[in-house]
Design a protein around this ligand. Sequence first.
Ligand code: ADP
Ligand code: MG
Length: 225
Amino acid sequence: MEKNFIVNLIDVTKVYFIGKVKYEVLKGINLDIEKGDFVAIMGPSGGGKSTLLNILGLLDRPTSGKYFFEGKEVSKLSAGELARIRNSRIGFVFQAFHLVPWASALENVLMPLLYGGGITKEKIEYAKNLLERLGLSAYLHFRPPELSGGQQQRVAIARALINNPILLLADEPTGNLDSKSSNEVMDILQELNNQGLTIVMVTHDQEIAKRAKKIKILKDGQFIE
Ligand code: ADP
Ligand code: MG
């Protein structure tokens, strides 16, 4: 695999069985993502978008096919090896933010370090820096319930960036936000992409998707042209 590819999926499928009934959620996905890409994935609800994003994020495995992450085949790695790559190389942002409600904005951003790396003076400075860059310098010690939706999503973005990921995965990052906050979040994602961060974002909003560099439509488990 060439060096500038972050992701190569080759004929990836995902099949669920519920009882004896077989659900083919992904039916042969081929996807190449280069360093610096900003890809929006659209498509109808139930089409497999979150399933695909979870596979990209090493939270789930393909049923068949191959996944190369940074040129290394990861389909068959152990759970521990996957967790190590995930924690150090991939950041996640979700529709519902998934912040810890009793922890401050700053503590939330530091949280991933508890799973590796540890909290150092430098990392605390870096976390403050990230929050400042995202316009939250006045809110370091606010807890999520004291913040607006847009502010909470910006905290979640800072948390996703604390380990300097190479790939940011965002599943409907503006799905719970009003249009003003959505635009602010998209400004941030575009700015991060301009600085070189590779982003894959799921959205059902055409206007939001247009802010990415490429749009892919996933329908019935396959990309359509
Ligand atoms: P989207 O994000 O495009 O709305 P999903 O990837 O969440 O779609 O889901 C695709 C299909 O896979 C849905 O029909 C969903 O019910 C099914 N599905 C997702 N996760 C599971 C699971 N763990 N077990 C069984 N079916 C699942
Ligand atoms: Mg989904």
